[in-house]
Write a protein of this length. Sequence first.
Length: 117
Amino acid sequence: MKQGIVLVAHGSRDAQWSRPFERLAAALEKRLPAVAVALAYLEHGPSLEEGLAALVAKGVGAIRVVPVFLGAGGHVKEDIPRLVAAANPGVPVTVDSPIGEQARVIDAIAEGIASPR
């Protein structure tokens, strides 16, 4: 069964804002070539519903939604689960904890800040 991952971020009117998320999606596709990856935003971009539908159209049998947020605020705790339920994609969908709560991510951010420019 083909798997899918939707990376969901906040979104911005500024098109340049999304570049790091696009690079993240591309890196994930390279690292997991058998997994279909979609990028979605809560505002100003492809919606979570559109991201889920795109993966279903590619024939995935299950989807992980990965909030690309540093912490679990209202968007992660309330909005994302509500949007997934409303989308009713017809395949199993799980919602991960926000990426910023993973120890390796925290360590990588700390390393990036501590390293000389």
